[in-house]
Design a protein around this ligand. Structure first.
Ligand code: URP
Ligand code: ZN
Ligand code: ZN
Ligand code: ZN
Length: 480
């Protein structure tokens, strides 16, 4: 049935105005004043913001890591995402050396199919570059629509790839129109620092942070930026935590390097002291890169405000405290890295950003939705409110005040790292392609309703001279 959203304040990355929205067959078909449509269901949005659904560019659902598997799968994770105002997630498909990329992608499809309640896509991890990978990559990008490749510069002996692999991935991405993403930390140095700490008997969670100094996040970010410049390619740095990394990104951007930076809510509102909480509670706050001393938060907010960082990912990677984080009792290096954030990303940015006057409403929409949709080939289908776009819509009450808590959240995990944080604003109703996923704060979605979205190529300047059609037509068989 058609739906008509009446009287809300539509906010996009560039506009803010009062208008009605007509939705037919999952698509926005009209935006205007005093719209009427026979038979349409009316949704009253008086006094509320009407935002495009959030696009979360960084999640880990149903992911094996550190000898265990994340607490949220595609059903519980996307359900929580929807409660929080997110209508598209891009999850990281892990790969293993020697295993065909297509097999890893099929594994990830099997995790999501029949479970996701909102739309989703995948980034593809690159663990190695060899003839097999080179032969498969064009099909992954052009046929599977997986147009972003992830390289880990850390997690030695687990996910870490060397600089040669990163460089060759950058070259391949440039050739086929993909965006390379990096986890930028110096894994070799961290490996040494961890061994040194454990040998000295320093086993508590705080040593997770102390063995991953911000200086080497900055160093790895700068190295990746230089390799990107050398390759003439494009780079997206995930989960930026510190002023050193921001400075490297800003410096490269100022020289014209095609480089983008993402941060996460945890780095904007939590700090390193959380890892010192007693009774091993510090383990709840173990992310890589780690939470930083508080002064870094200012650098991140400033970078979001002035555009040196452009997106916010949740990096949702949830592990229960009981039985999972506890794997690191007596050895901080065995604490599974990551935390739950998929549900709170949207509201924390609104509350800490807009309500506290750090960013504008339009910047909020850009950071939480539009920019990721553009960078990852989803725009304008996702990431905006426009005629012809999917009706992925959040009706948001800016007047509500509430407290984030594990007792009320919908993530399948036994703690909330933002426990007790008061936030302004709440998603009330959330639509995915015109269907209710959340209706008046109640879940109304269906597992399996979420669709895999094939994404467009990365629109890099170096490729603009050549029509994109030519690339798609030759299916990547030969490129000059
Ligand atoms: O600690 C984190 N960030 N866990 C998830 C994996 C990653 O590095 O993004
Ligand atoms: Zn990472
Ligand atoms: Zn991550
Ligand atoms: Zn190609």
């Amino acid at each position: 049935m058609a739906k008509l959203i009446k009287n809300g304040i539509i906010v996009t990355a560039v506009d803010q105005y009062q208008a009605d929205i007509l939705i037919e067959n999952g698509i926005i078909t009209q935006i205007g004043q005093s719209l009427m449509h026979e038979g349409a269901e009316m949704i009253d949005a008086e006094g509320r913001y009407v935002f495009p659904g959030g696009v979360d560019p960084h999640t880990h659902l149903d992911m094996p890591f550190g000898g265990t598997v994340t607490a949220d799968d595609f059903e519980t994770g996307t359900r929580a995402a929807a409660f929080g105002g997110t209508t598209t997630v891009i999850d990281f498909c892990l790969t293993n050396k020697g295993v065909p990329l297509s097999q890893s992608v099929q594994t990830w499809h099997a995790k999501a199919a029949g479970k996701a309640v909102i739309d989703y896509s995948f980034h593809l991890m690159i663990a190695e570059i060899n003839d097999d990978v080179l032969a498969e990559l064009p099909a992954m990008i052009h046929e599977e629509g997986i147009t972003s490749l992830k390289v880990f510069m850390a997690y030695k002996n687990v996910f870490q790839a060397d600089d040669g692999t990163l460089y060759r991935t950058l070259l391949e991405a440039k050739r086929h129109g993909a965006l390379v993403m990096v986890h930028a930390e110096n894994g070799d140095v961290i490996d040494y620092l961890i061994k040194e700490a454990l040998e000295a008997g320093n086993t508590d969670p705080i040593y997770h942070a102390l063995t991953r100094p911000s200086l080497i996040e900055g160093e790895a970010t700068g190295r990746a930026a230089k390799l990107t410049e050398l390759a003439g390619s494009q780079l997206y740095v995930v989960h930026v935590t510190c002023e050193e990394a921001v400075a490297q990104i800003a410096e490269a951007r100022n020289r014209g390097v095609d480089i983008w930076g993402e941060t996460c809510p945890q780095y904007l509102v939590l700090d390193q002291s959380c890892l010192e909480k007693p009774h091993f509670e510090g383990a709840k706050y173990v992310w890589s890169p780690p939470l930083r001393p508080q002064f870094h938060q200012e650098a991140l907010w400033t970078a979001l405000k002035n555009g040196q960082l452009q997106t916010l990912g949740s990096d949702h990677c949830s592990f229960n405290f009981i039985g999972q984080k506890e794997l690191g009792l007596g050895d901080f290096s065995k604490i599974p890295n990551g935390g739950p954030c998929i549900e709170d990303r949207f509201s924390i940015l609104y509350s800490e950003g807009v309500a506290k006057g750090r960013i504008t409403l339009n910047q909020f929409v850009d950071i939480v939705s539009t920019r990721s949709a553009k960078l990852f080939g989803l725009f304008p289908r996702k990431g905006t409110i426009a005629v012809g776009s999917d009706a992925d819509i959040v009706i948001f009450d800016p007047a509500v005040t509430r407290i984030l808590s594990a007792e009320t959240h919908h993530m399948q995990v036994d703690y909330n790292p933002f426990e007790g944080l008061e936030v302004r604003g709440e998603p009330i109703t959330v639509l995915s392609r015109g269907e209710y996923v959340i209706e008046n704060k109640q879940f109304a979605g269906n597992p399996g309703a979420g669709q895999f979205i094939k994404r467009k190529n990365y629109p890099s300047a170096s490729r603009a001279a050549r029509p994109e059609k030519a690339d798609i037509a030759d299916k990547g068989a030969t490129h000059v």
